[in-house]
Design a binder for this molecule. Sequence first.
Ligand SMILES: NC(=O)c1ccc[n+]([C@@H]2O[C@H](COP(=O)([O-])OP(=O)(O)OC[C@H]3O[C@@H](n4cnc5c(N)ncnc54)[C@H](O)[C@@H]3O)[C@@H](O)[C@H]2O)c1
Length: 335
Amino acid sequence: MLKIAVLGCGRIGRMHAENIAAHPRASLAGVFDIHRRAADEVGSKLGTTVFNSAEDALSSDAVDAVLIATSTPTHADFIEKAVTANKPMLCEKPIDLSLERVQRCAKAIGATEVPIMLGFVRRFDPGHRAAREAIRAGDIGDLHQVVITSRDPGMPPVAYTEASGGIFRDMTIHDFDMARFILGEEVTEVSAVGSRLVDPPLMERLGDYDTVTVVLTTSSGKQCIINNSRQAVYGYDQRVEALGTKGMVVSENRRPNMTTLHRADFTGKGAPLLNFFIDRYAEAFSAEISAFVDAIEAGKSPEVGFEDGRQALILAEAAFKSAAEGRTVKTSEIG
Ligand SMILES: NC(=O)c1ccc[n+]([C@@H]2O[C@H](COP(=O)([O-])OP(=O)(O)OC[C@H]3O[C@@H](n4cnc5c(N)ncnc54)[C@H](O)[C@@H]3O)[C@@H](O)[C@H]2O)c1
């Protein structure tokens, strides 16, 4: 059993704590949050230790590894602290909103052998993963083009948007990682357009966008088109499509059930799309914990790590630059 402590008991930390507690090869070694009440709630619900500080968790012999689910600006500090404490970690995305801070963190941890896994959960979605495996197996021939559709059901709270770092660092970051995962090649050029259509005054005030399209190109010419909207009134729209010389593979949206309704005047889906990420990616969040446990038990590097987090942020920076300057940006211009 891998004993994992969870730092941060907010929206996602609670879910991770529950997943760890339910995992057959992991146990919840305790939780910590600067808001004591949040930690106490999780501690009493799941019957686990509530640490008095992150340092207590990191130095405890009862803790084999940590899951960092605190607010984004704390991630780089906790990564550095966990490396110093020699505790393997699964850290939520992003490493930081600032590439400069990510580079400093990379320097601080050096070529550490302490395992660092980054929470790009969509890699563990059974559908997206099966699409990648089909591509690797040659099922669609040579890969030419990928289309990633990723739309949120509605705008997040204003305070969240204000602190998010902008759509490319907050939302598209998942799709940048998915693009790298599916393409299997590094992206060399980024071309992005952004619009303010859902909440123009807020987007104008923040210098942000709520509707974006990004085209990524690899050195061999493979393309990935990402489209994001902060508002898809029909639910959380998550699809990945890949075209190759022999055909196409599609990872479709998920619904609570696949029942369809057929009547004289209507044929269609009965159930709406799953509402948001905690429901849509529930299996992926559990599989992510399994992948972390597997890597630590096998003494192998987790399959998605610090460098993947850094590369995704480079693509986000390039996208902002491209949208602002109205030109294609080479990734070599960033960082
Ligand atoms: N992988 C995904 O799909 C996904 C989805 C949502 C959020 N996230 C990421 O997870 C992180 C948390 O997001 P959330 O939505 O749960 O936020 P949240 O605000 O609900 O929770 C964050 C928690 O961290 C605590 N915290 C802040 N600083 C701390 C510190 N120094 N020590 C201990 N606790 C501290 C806060 O008190 C809060 O309870 C963010 O980085 C976010 O980007 C990832």
